[in-house]
Design a protein around this ligand. Structure first.
Ligand code: ACK
Length: 879
């Protein structure tokens, strides 16, 4: 607000009206800050102030208005030349609004007496301020001596005539406090005793500590205490959705400042602190108690239905015990708590347990893990549908640790606590008889061993395979360092059955610290990132060359899952012809899968590079290794689906190992992942017709693929079906055509290939039979000397006596009929051409001799034979 400047003062006796008001403004008039509450501010009163001045010739109000015509309430008095001045100015009643200590801020100018010519005798440079307390407005007319003096007010700066001329003047500001006040209000009075004063503004206020939220408690506006050193203790009240055991406190100082907070409120369950308020936990988050700081994400298998949740509800079929903290994941069945020891023998312990109280769905099976005490890295898992098992094959007088968990449709529950039981001692008899049982045991063990060896040899000779006798309700797997150890009924566990893929990877793969790995060079590109070679040095182990598959940066969660899925599969296998997983790096980036290093890389490339370089026995050795690895996988119940030479690795000793256990292929089982012909996920040339047609992937379809790999090996990496399109391959195979024998292929091997490609998958050999057959060939190398030669290839082509005896043209008559030359059938038969084998040798001379004299007929017959030969040479053999 800009005030209208007054004109310069006229000469003559000085009057307070000579004040340079414009300058007053420059000095600033001040205002209440946040902790001051005005009770009166003369500058902001628009109408009459209602103040009383007496005697009449004392204080006078200057009738100025500002540019907005608002009155400027300035009182002045300047009776400096006269004796005995006693001029009073009384304010109107001022309510103290409950404050017991108030402040009065005066802004005024005061004339320097020395600058007054001749006025020195009577001129004063101070004035007095008084107050009088009253509960109402009727108390103003009391006697002067009833007013209580607050102070004599002197000016810090007084002005002279010169200042007036220069229009330079400083405004004085003086503040006095008054208290304690005991009534509802008061008057102020200003007494002039002969000074030249202009009272520009009077502001009366009290101080308060303003409302504040501290430690989640609201502390209200608090008027400071009556005493200037008093601290008022104030109780806070908790903000919405917060609680406390003991109300928090703070202290309000006389200056209107909050000091020394004590105690705090906490956001109640379901709410968390944000910007001094308590906000509801979002959906999917919870906070179980005021003591918890923040809302946390619902643990696995739980959710919230509403905001501000105290806990998360378990998903259907998932469960959390009442005694479990709400931060605990919901699991499937509740945990088995009671396990009882049954019969204990030297080598076995029988156990039984109670079904969990709340199995949370039908229990499909129990998994019993046990190991010799302190030997946890080597453990056995038995699966049982009953609530009892007998663990056998144990050591006498040894302690074993058992843990049991249940599985429902929703997955596995947690393992029970550990139960420890001991087998009986080996010798129960007294010491003097001890030799007898030892001898007896030795003899028995000897006999058993002999029986095992004989049994093994016999079974080897028969090329047979028999699973260990076992309770059909039980499955048993042995693990060592996380790897399945001994044969028996072994089962591959699909990582998809794990709700949390990370759990699967950590169950089957060892976590390796990245610092133990040194990467040397990039050796190729994998589906998810680069493949490198390097070295692995685990503490206390010797350094190993390794291959390192990396997951490229910027991967999606699904890619990470699929990438590590391979490790979860590979980690379950332990076989010399299956690529061995050393471990994974998941705790740092890049995520890596570390496997044994195979010096010669992938088999297809290796064979192409070394065309014709190996003996047949070496090739059969490679095939035998792969068959053995595949037998292991099929025994585990694992179907590879992508067996091909490119997915087999070969090391410097020419040992072949099956590799590539990517998860994505298995996703084909997902009805959503439809089979596509456009370079889709099914490797057509290697895949059995039933797998292509209706996705019947089995170990028998792996056998088909194995036959194709045999063909790739013997042909040193030739591409199956050459450049034929996938569609043509599907059609030809459906119509019964098969790949021809590679050049110089031992007949026995080609026979085996054809067997693998039987349309009826049940007629295909099993991997154990393949291993057996290849072993026989290796033991008897001369059996590999008979090669499939051109004529036998034609013989195969023509069917009747083909290795499978199942040709397209089942008789000479049928063939001749097919080419409309049926009239010669009899002559052919009469002349000894009764089989397609024999017909395959027919020449033009033979035809003439047979009486086929028409050149057109000769051509037709010979062309048909030639066509079949060309088909053969081009690769297709009709079965
Ligand atoms: O034919 P390669 O040299 O053999 O090129 C591929 C490449 O990485 C991409 O897969 C090679 N490779 C994969 N795993 C291994 C391994 N364990 N040892 C050696 N080379 C490997 C493969």
């Amino acid at each position: 607000m800009l005030r209208v400047p007054r004109p310069p003062p006229p000469p003559g006796p000085p009057r307070a009206g000579l004040l340079p008001l414009a300058l007053l403004l420059l000095g600033g008039l001040g205002s209440a800050d946040g902790s001051e509450v005005n009770l009166l501010d003369s500058r902001s009163v628009m109408g009459d102030l209602g103040w009383i001045a007496y005697p009449k010739n004392g204080w006078e109000e200057i009738g100025e208005v500002d540019e907005n015509y608002a009155p400027i309430h300035t009182y002045q008095v300047c009776r400096v030349m006269e004796q005995s001045q006693n001029n009073w100015l009384l304010t109107s009643w001022i309510s103290n609004r409950g404050a017991s200590r108030i402040f009065v801020e005066l802004k005024f100018t005061l004339r320097d007496c020395n600058s007054l010519p001749g006025g020195l005798g009577t001129c004063k440079e101070t004035f007095n301020m008084y107050y009088f307390e009253s509960d109402d407005e009727d108390g103003r007319n009391v006697r002067e001596n009833q007013y209580i003096k607050i102070d004599t007010i002197a000016a810090d700066e007084s002005f002279t005539e010169l200042d007036l001329g220069d229009r330079v003047m400083k405004l004085n500001t003086e503040v006095r406090d008054v208290g304690p006040l005991t009534k509802k209000g008061f008057y102020l009075a200003f007494q002039d005793v002969g000074a030249c004063i202009a009272l520009v503004s009077v502001r009366v206020y009290y101080k308060k500590c303003p409302v504040v939220v501290r430690n989640l408690a609201i502390f209200p506006d608090t008027i400071t205490g009556a005493d200037s050193s008093q601290l008022l203790e104030v109780l806070g009240s908790c903000v919405n959705h917060s609680v406390t055991d003991e109300p928090p406190r703070m202290h309000c100082s006389a200056e209107g400042e909050w000091l020394v907070p004590i105690g705090k409120c906490m956001c109640k369950a379901g709410y968390e602190e944000k910007n001094n308020t308590c906000q509801a936990c979002r959906l999917g988050f919870f906070k179980d108690s005021p003591q918890s700081q923040m809302c946390t994400k619902c643990p696995p298998h739980s959710y919230t239905r509403e905001e501000a949740s105290h806990f998360c509800i378990c998903e259907e079929h998932y469960f959390r015990k009442e005694t479990d903290p709400p931060t605990m994941a919901c699991t499937t069945p509740s945990i088995i708590t009671t396990v009882k020891k049954g019969k204990v023998a030297k080598n076995s312990i029988s156990l039984s347990w109670q079904e969990p109280d709340r199995p949370n769905g039908i229990i499909l099976e129990y998994e019993i893990k046990y190991f010799e005490k302190d030997q946890e890295t080597s453990y056995t898992i038995i699966k049982s549908k009953e609530t009892k098992i007998t663990a056998d094959g144990l050591k006498p007088a040894s302690a074993y640790v058992f843990q049991i968990r249940a599985r429902t449709a929703a997955g596995y529950g947690g393992f029970s606590r550990r139960f420890e039981f001991e087998t009986s001692p080996l010798l129960a008899a007294s010491s003097d008889q001890s030799q007898i049982p030892i001898i007896a045991v030795s003899v028995t063990v000897g006999v058993i061993l002999l029986a095992i060896v004989i049994g093994f040899l016999l079974s080897g000779r028969r090329c047979g395979y028999s699973k260990a006798k076992q309770d059909p309700e039980e499955e048993k797997m042995h693990f060592h360092n996380g790897h399945i150890k001994l044969p028996g009924v072994r089962t591959y566990i699909d990582p998809h059955t794990y709700e949390d893929p990370n759990q699967a990877v950590h169950e089957f793969a060892k976590e390796i610290e990245a610092s133990y790995i040194s990467i040397e060079r990039v050796i190729g590109a994998g589906e998810f990132g680069e493949v490198c070679s390097g070295r692995l040095k685990l503490p206390g182990k010797r350094e190993l060359p390794v291959a390192i598959k990396t997951l490229k940066v910027g991967y999606t969660e699904k890619q990470r899952r699929d990438f590590l899925g391979e490790a979860s599969i590979m980690g379950q296998f332990d076989h010399p012809n299956i690529i061995h997983l050393e471990g994974v790096v998941t705790k740092s980036k890049p995520v890596m899968i570390v496997t044994e290093y195979m010096e010669n890389g992938s088999l297809d490339t290796f064979l192409k590079k070394n065309d014709g370089q190996f003996t047949v026995i070496q090739l059969v050795g490679m095939l035998r290794g792969m068959a053995s690895g595949m037998k292991y996988l099929s025994d585990m119940g694992y179907v590879h689906r992508d067996l091909a030479a490119r997915n087999v690795l070969i090391n410097s000793n020419l040992v072949c190992k099956v590799s590539d256990f990517g998860l994505s292929r298995i996703l084909e089982d997902d009805p959503e992942a439809a089979y596509t012909t456009k370079g889709g996920k099914i490797p057509i040339r290697w895949t059995a017709p039933e797998a292509i047609a209706f996705r019947k992937f089995t170990s028998a379809s792996d056998v088909w693929s194995y036959g194709i790999v045999m063909w790739e090996v013997v042909s040193y990496g030739e591409r199956p079906y050459w450049e034929m399109t996938n569609q043509d391959v599907i059609k030809a195979v459906e119509e019964g055509y098969r790949l021809p024998s590679p050049m110089d292929c031992p007949a026995a091997l080609y026979q085996l290939m054809l067997n693998c490609w039987q349309k009826d998958r049940n007629s295909r050999p099993k991997f154990d039979e393949i291993v057996c057959m290849l072993d026989k060939l290796i033991r008897n190398p001369s059996s590999l000397k008979t090669l499939v030669n051109a004529s036998s290839r034609v013989s195969n082509l023509l069917g009747e006596h083909s290795p499978l005896g199942n040709g397209v043209y089942r008789s000479v008559g049928e063939w001749l009929e097919a080419i409309k030359m049926g009239r010669y059938a009899e002559i052919f038969m009469e002349n000894g051409y009764s089989s397609m084998d024999a017909v395959a040798q027919v020449t033009l001379e033979d035809l003439r001799r047979l009486g086929v004299t028409l050149v057109g007929h000769q051509k037709k017959i010979l062309n048909s034979l030639q066509e079949m030969k060309v088909q053969l040479v081009n690769g297709m053999v009709p079965l």
